[in-house]
Design a protein around this ligand. Sequence first.
Ligand SMILES: CC(C)(COP(=O)(O)OP(=O)(O)OC[C@H]1O[C@@H](n2cnc3c(N)ncnc32)[C@H](O)[C@@H]1OP(=O)(O)O)[C@@H](O)C(=O)NCCC(=O)NCCS
Length: 327
Amino acid sequence: MFGFGQLIAILKKNPKKIVFTEGEDERILEASSRLLASSFLHPILVGNEERIAEAAEEAGFNIRGAEIIDPDKYDKIDEMVECLCEIRKSKGLTPERAREVLKKGNYFGTMLVKMGIADALLGGATYSTADTVRPALQIIKTKPENTIVSSCFILVRPRATGDNEVLAMADCAININPTEDELVEIAGEAAQCAKIFGIEPQMAFLSYSTYGSGAGESVDKMSNAAKKAKAKYPDIPIDGELQFDAAVAPKVAHTKCPGSEVGGHANTFIFPDINAGNIGYKIAQRMGHFDAYGPILLGLNAPVNDLSRGCNAAEVYSMAIITAALA
Ligand SMILES: CC(C)(COP(=O)(O)OP(=O)(O)OC[C@H]1O[C@@H](n2cnc3c(N)ncnc32)[C@H](O)[C@@H]1OP(=O)(O)O)[C@@H](O)C(=O)NCCC(=O)NCCS
């Protein structure tokens, strides 16, 4: 069952460098000071060296040993501009515009990953999700075998028995209204992500309808996507379309979807769209008292993750470990 110890063990065997795009943010500095106290994950802070040092001192965090890179003084900026122009040449990016764009921590940090100077990136303490994710989509890009980048949240809550209940939910953060085929791809990526966190996926394609109790385009989308996913991933127990109660409550499953191999005990949930997914994971987090880790971006060529702007230092620390362990 998932615990951070397993991810830290992965990193101890193979330490990584993670770039924080908002190096001057107090929460980033606090998380970095904790990372620097151990040796499995090395932080790179993007920002102005004096301001970072001042902010760390004022807040009382020891960031000695952190690598600080200021986009305005970066000695490899010409190489970076050239590399970015090459990547975006089909979009007609000029060196002048590239130089302008690279003054921003989100683009600069993403280029550090692209150029192999960092292994992973964590941003979004002040940037919106779109502003963190867009540079990754444009520069790091989707893996050759994927058609989209998607995302997954891992939800963790202690059980009375002492172990953790761990669930996966996708896609709650990136694709606004995925098609049937995109849902199938999201399911495959979410299943792989769930396994990394110790979940043996039992996957439900969620809807307001169970086995045709409702009708219409949105029901057909989930029912067809579930069928396609079952055919594509025969080793994963998958069912749908299912209502949430049929997916998780054995008694309801007995009535609404008798014989379902997933109904009543699903642990990996595929939502029909971003509204349902984003609302769903937040209900689990705020009212179900699950800790929510994510969005973990899936399908990119290198690990980049997005923080919530309301995050605290402990969440930055956890997401840094998750992000780097995926590298
Ligand atoms: C992900 C997101 C930011 C992309 O939107 P966008 O910036 O308007 O995207 P664009 O259509 O301009 O595309 C930018 C690039 O990303 C690519 N792209 C967009 N969505 C993509 C996806 N899901 N997977 C892979 N690539 C994608 C585009 O092909 C384009 O590439 P190109 O510039 O090389 O041609 C957008 O879908 C979004 O805002 N999603 C919701 C985010 C959010 O607010 N979540 C809730 C909070 S957790």
